[in-house]
Write a protein that binds this ligand. Sequence first.
Ligand code: HSE
Length: 296
Amino acid sequence: MTLRVRVPATSANLGPGFDAFAVALPLLAEFELRPARAWKVDAADGVPDGEDNLLVVAARAVARAAGAELAAQHVEQRSAIPLARGLGSSAAAIVGGAVAANALLGEPLDRRSLLRVASEVEGHSDNVAAALYGGFTIALPDEAGPVAARIAFPADWRACLFIPGEPLETAKARGVLAAEVSRDDAVFNLAHAAALVAAIMRADGALLSLAMADRLHQPARTRLVPALGEIIGAARDAGAFGAALSGAGPSVLAVAPARLAARVVSAMEETAAAHGVGGRGRALRVRAAGAQAVKA
Ligand code: HSE
């Protein structure tokens, strides 16, 4: 039996929702699993291909949580998600492994349990929540494991990405963050995060343009991402409601009305090039569907 799993890319934070917000994007990681003697993943260069591959780690964690034995698999993968660009490639592998194991074992875990296991492997819940549920998600920490609240994204808004050619490792981008924040900054972020959710629920672009601002992570990361402020400024000048670092970076996510999306993408590309930053832009719909597994 072959199992096919598809998992979307994700863009986390959206500015103020550090480790809490993410959207699913239609850049897919696709995995094909077949029973094998030992785990083997046809992985990209530099990515472990055996039992320490994130897909395998997550699959085995699901089996442990279900108290079940999982047979080893050979995994072929095709991924449109660029690595180490702040677009959830590790979350896609983890969610792919979790969903695959659950399907192979006869669905012993519900989606919230899969979110808990995947979050434990990833270390934070935002990307894995959107990869599992699709749409826009709020990952809410809870003593019994994270909960995801999913909200549909406005149909005539687009996610405009600028994806730099140079990668940035998430661990490095988390390493520059302060351990503590001031009360002013905490209040700033909670107000902006709440406004961002209201903007999405009401499809209110004017409110989104105020809400997509952050003081918890983006200022510290700015020095790791060349021309970040200029690219965000160019997106806004071209008509985006707002723009922010995508996840831990270095990609930039702008949210724009569909009719201005191409202009926003060009403006980000041109501004990046003018500052010597190579890369390319994409205008995408937010993907409504999360991870899917199909037995063939
Ligand atoms: N919320 C995480 C961060 C996303 O900003 O570090 C990393 O993929």
